[in-house]
Design a binder for this molecule. Structure first.
Ligand code: HEC
Ligand code: HEC
Length: 251
């Protein structure tokens, strides 16, 4: 038995070429790994892992010596933060899928004369700013933490285009989000401005500064990467280009 994607199967059936096109399907782990890799890693390593801003992984000695994620896993989980490789809190089965995909790509490279290079950067400026704005205030819920006239005002002047893209996909930085629950049960969220044993203070999306005595409220601090890593799995390519086009208007 073999499986083909719907469209291809119909076309080849009509053309009578079904047996000729019938290839061994890739394992499910490779396909899961491909999806995860393209959403989380492709921007830096290229969707086909041949490198872009980050190094080529199919010619990496580390990847070639890896067995089921034993070497790739630590790099992904810890990152190499000082060298611009962020850390990802992935579990062992996700690591194993990523490894399966990378090993498969290495095999593909070994058996073909040339591996097509993938340069997502060329596609950077093809988005639609108004669709990006709608996403910012709609499906993306970016406005729960950011404001184009507050913390993101002038963001396009602050970074070069490629760095701006990298910042919104993988913000590093030290700013942390905090949610404060008041005695009444009301919750206020924003960027942590200050916290010591007596007080906690935040700045909300509109830039407003508020502080409370710590013993009166419940405080929950979150890693800035958390939400952005979730978002990586939600964006379509079009979303990324549209958001980027919108952020570029914030001069
Ligand atoms: C923001 C850019 C960026 C992202 C996103 C990124 N990487 Fe990296 N990665 C890098 C850079 C830069 C290096 C090289 C670090 C160094 O010089 O040690 C690297 C190194 C690596 C290495 C080590 C290669 C070697 O030969 O030492 C592996 C494996 C790797 N990345 C896998 C991944 C995987 C898997 C993902 C997605 C889960 C990912 N990376 C996401 C930038 C990135
Ligand atoms: C749960 C809160 C949260 C949500 C939702 C969120 N972000 Fe962020 N974002 C952060 C935090 C925290 C940082 C880190 C800021 C820093 O370190 O200066 C950040 C950083 C950024 C940066 C880089 C800012 C800088 O000055 O370097 C951009 C751009 C950005 N986010 C855009 C977005 C967009 C676009 C969305 C929606 C698709 C979004 N964010 C959704 C919390 C959030």
């Amino acid at each position: 038995m073999c499986t083909l994607r719907g469209g291809a199967a119909v076309v080849s059936f009509l053309l009578g070429t079904f047996p000729a096109l019938c290839q061994k399907p890739k394992s499910e782990a490779v396909e899961r790994g491909r999806k995860l890799f393209q959403s989380a890693c492709g921007f830096c390593h290229g969707n086909d892992a041949t490198g872009s801003r980050g190094p080529d992984l199919i010619r990496s000695a580390l990847v070639n010596h890896d067995k089921d994620g034993n070497l790739i896993g630590p790099v992904v989980k810890n990152g190499r933060v000082e060298k611009d490789m962020p850390a990802f809190a992935y579990n062992n089965s996700q690591i194993s899928d990523l490894a399966a995909f990378l090993h498969d790509q290495t095999q593909v490279a070994l058996h073909s004369a040339s591996v097509p290079r993938d340069y997502p950067l060329e596609k950077l400026l093809t988005g639609d700013a108004s669709a990006g704005k709608a996403y910012f205030f709609g499906a993306g819920h970016c406005d729960t933490c950011h404001s184009p006239t507050g913390d993101l005002a002038g963001i396009a002047k602050k970074y070069t285009p490629i760095n701006l893209e990298a910042r919104f996909l993988y913000p590093g930085g030290t700013r942390r989000m905090v949610t404060v629950t008041l005695p009444s049960g009301q919750q206020v969220s924003g960027t942590l401005a200050q916290m010591d044993e007596f007080n906690v203070a935040l700045r909300d999306g509109t830039g407003w500064y508020r502080s409370w005595p710590r013993d009166r409220v419940k405080v929950e601090v979150r890693d800035p990467m958390e939400k952005h890593l979730d978002l990586l799995h939600q964006y379509t390519d079009a979303n990324v280009h549209d958001i980027f086009a919108y952020l570029e208007t914030l001069k």
